[in-house]
Ligand binder design. Sequence first.
Ligand code: ZN
Length: 140
Amino acid sequence: MRVVCPHCLSVNNIPQKESYKKANCGKCKNSLLDTHPIELTNSNFDEVVVNSDIPVIVDFWAPWCGPCKMMAPNFTKAATNFPLKALFVKVNTENEQHLGARFGIRSIPTLILFKDGKELHRQSGALSEEQLNLLVKQFL
Ligand SMILES: [Zn+2]
């Protein structure tokens, strides 16, 4: 399956397994298990979403949004719970207005979950780490 390296964004092809003890990026050699949200822009968004065989959950946020700031640490923590199972992505809608418009983001934070490049789920409002875990588990 194809996964995008959270460090250098290159696409890795790895065998699909229940769990992984070790998996390193073929390009930058960093661990693919060391997951953290990656910030995407208009220029790399499609490439990352289309080249991920695992679900991609996108947090559309903005620096001026209080609930977004509240959710940010929860999103970062939740990302560590799904190494090679789900990819956590952030889009700053203030900088990436084109992406916000393209997905019709009216309120933030809005979460959209993509699988095989298709939108499967969206919801607005800040979530706790537990709520994020439950949401992502539905799509694994
Ligand atoms: Zn890498």
